[in-house]
Design a protein around this ligand. Structure first.
Ligand code: GTP
Ligand code: MG
Length: 220
């Protein structure tokens, strides 16, 4: 049985997508790279952070959303992003690119420093509206993701799961992964119940994510 078409919902979606497109057509510029908490820019704008394991596609997703290839630096080598990078989108929203958690091709000492920095930022930032926790659609949730989710649940910081690289996976595997993750999220108080599905390479899901982010941006 197919769901009946609801013209009101269709129209709402179209308006939301248009608002997202409009927001992301604004200029986006790099404002700060923080290697320590003291280097964070003032919390003057609402912000959304891109978190997730090394190499999951955080920087690539920021580039896809903003339609720029080289705004955030990406790499095949896990551990590319080594500081907290702030991008100002039209004076309405900071997009915040984080170093990866979990495995990275870097020394343990370095990883410990990034992890402390990222955790302190995520727990303590008043202007942080939502954390997008990116998860590779071929691998699913790992224990390091669950550690981040535990921390965000405890700190009552709102977060949402975003599956990445869906161009590399198969549809039924991805559907069953979504079902599994949604079931797990019902027990997590700070989580958003919907899972966003994306491919930065193919552009899949980018419009919907822009629409979602537009609902969080400051009115401008
Ligand atoms: P760190 O900064 O090291 O934590 O990594 P990151 O999460 O920022 O990942 P990054 O965006 O640098 O991407 C890592 C690799 O995955 C790069 O080789 C990207 O080209 C690739 N990649 C990212 N998104 C996608 C996607 O949607 N599809 C495919 N096929 N590859 C992707
Ligand atoms: Mg990166």
């Amino acid at each position: 049985m197919t769901a009946p078409i609801d013209p009101a919902t269709d129209q709402d979606d179209a308006l939301r997508i248009e608002a997202g497109r409009h927001l992301f057509a604004q200029e986006c510029r790099f404002v700060a790279g923080a290697a320590t908490l003291q280097m964070l820019p003032p919390a003057s704008l609402v912000e959304v952070a891109f978190a997730g394991r090394s190499n999951v596609g955080k920087s690539s997703l920021i580039n896809a959303l903003t339609n720029r290839n080289t705004l955030a630096r990406t790499s095949n080598t896990p551990g590319r992003t080594q500081q907290i990078n702030f991008f100002d989108l039209g004076g309405r929203l900071y997009l915040v690119d984080l170093p990866g958690h979990g495995y990275a091709r870097a020394s343990k000492a370095k990883i410990d420093i990034w992890t402390d920095l990222v955790n302190s930022y995520l727990r303590g930032r008043a202007s942080l509206r939502r954390v997008l926790l990116l998860v590779d659609s071929r691998h699913g949730l790992k224990s390091s993701d669950r550690d981040v989710m535990d921390m965000l649940d405890t700190a009552a910081v709102s977060y949402q799961i975003v599956l990445t690289k869906v161009d590399k996976g198969n549809k039924s595997d991805i559907e069953s992964l979504i079902t599994k993750i949604k079931a797990e999220l019902t027990k997590r108080p700070a989580s958003h119940p919907e899972v966003v599905v994306t491919s930065a390479v193919k552009g899949y899901g980018i419009d919907m994510l822009r629409a979602e982010l537009a609902t969080m941006a400051e009115v401008g």
